[in-house]
Design a protein around this ligand. Structure first.
Ligand SMILES: Nc1ncnc2c1ncn2[C@@H]1O[C@H](COP(=O)(O)OP(=O)(O)OP(=O)(O)O)[C@@H](O)[C@H]1O
Length: 226
């Protein structure tokens, strides 16, 4: 179980946006986050990753406290068991694909996992190439594999597929679903694509001006827009 209570006064283009979130995620959930630009979606992921400091609140993940403003606890990002993939390709350009994965390892004796992940994303042949020669889809496959290296409990995906064409999106959606099952993850997926959310998520949170406007079945929500 993941308990999330976050309060933060965001600085919106036309004034402050008080972000207020109080949600519980079940282990194994894939939860979509949808909403207009500037609603606070990326900020929520960044606070969970420990990259943005909330004003107050609490984040508890399977009994471990990552953030508790009452006790001044703020676990550093590197100590949170998270995997993150964002829209921008974030690979190190001067390292090979394999080195990008190895760099994320905690223990160098886990190189077997690197090979397994390279196989599962179909990139063993390109393991010694640098990211510069890869397509966008190949780069995101490597980024997803790299996010798995530390066996995260929480996977944070912020529009990871939005720069890709339809075929590559489908391919990556399957990889995400497979990783989600194999690594027994809890996954938060920010997406502007309703079909992607309907395909991937069983639960949808719609964020509007920092507040949850809908929490429930994605099919119900998107049907209500038609
Ligand atoms: N560290 C910060 N402190 C206060 N406000 C911030 C901070 N970082 C971002 N903001 C503001 O929070 C608001 C929400 O931004 P955020 O990127 O979370 O929205 P979003 O819903 O992900 O938007 P988009 O769909 O366009 O990516 C923006 O107005 C932004 O300027």
């Amino acid at each position: 179980m993941i308990d999330i209570r976050l309060h933060k006064k965001l600085k919106g283009a036309s004034g402050p946006i008080p972000l207020e979130l109080d949600i519980h995620l079940q282990k194994g959930d894939i939860v979509g986050i949808y909403g207009p630009s500037g609603a606070g979606k990326s900020s929520v992921l960044r606070m969970l990753a420990g990259l943005m400091q909330p004003d107050s609140g609490f984040v508890g993940v399977n009994g471990e406290i990552w953030y508790d403003s009452k006790n001044g606890r703020h676990l550093a990002p590197r100590h949170r068991h998270i995997g993150m993939v964002f829209q921008e390709y974030s690979l190190f350009p001067n390292m090979s694909v394999r080195e990008n994965l190895e760099f994320a390892l905690d223990h160098s004796d886990d190189t077997g996992l690197v090979d397994d992940l390279l196989d599962s994303i179909g990139m063993r042949e390109l393991a010694n190439q640098r990211p510069g020669i890869l397509s966008g889809g190949q780069k995101q496959r490597v980024a997803l594999a790299r996010a798995m290296i530390r066996r995260p409990t929480l996977l944070l995906l912020d529009e990871p597929l939005s720069a890709l064409d339809m075929e590559m999106r489908r391919n990556l959606q399957h990889i995400i679903l497979r990783f989600h099952a194999d690594f027994q993850l809890t996954t938060l997926l920010v997406s502007h694509d309703s079909s992607e959310i309907k395909k991937m998520a069983k639960r949808l949170l719609v964020l509007e001006n920092g507040k949850i406007g809908f929490d429930g079945d994605p099919l119900t929500f998107f049907a209500s827009l038609e």
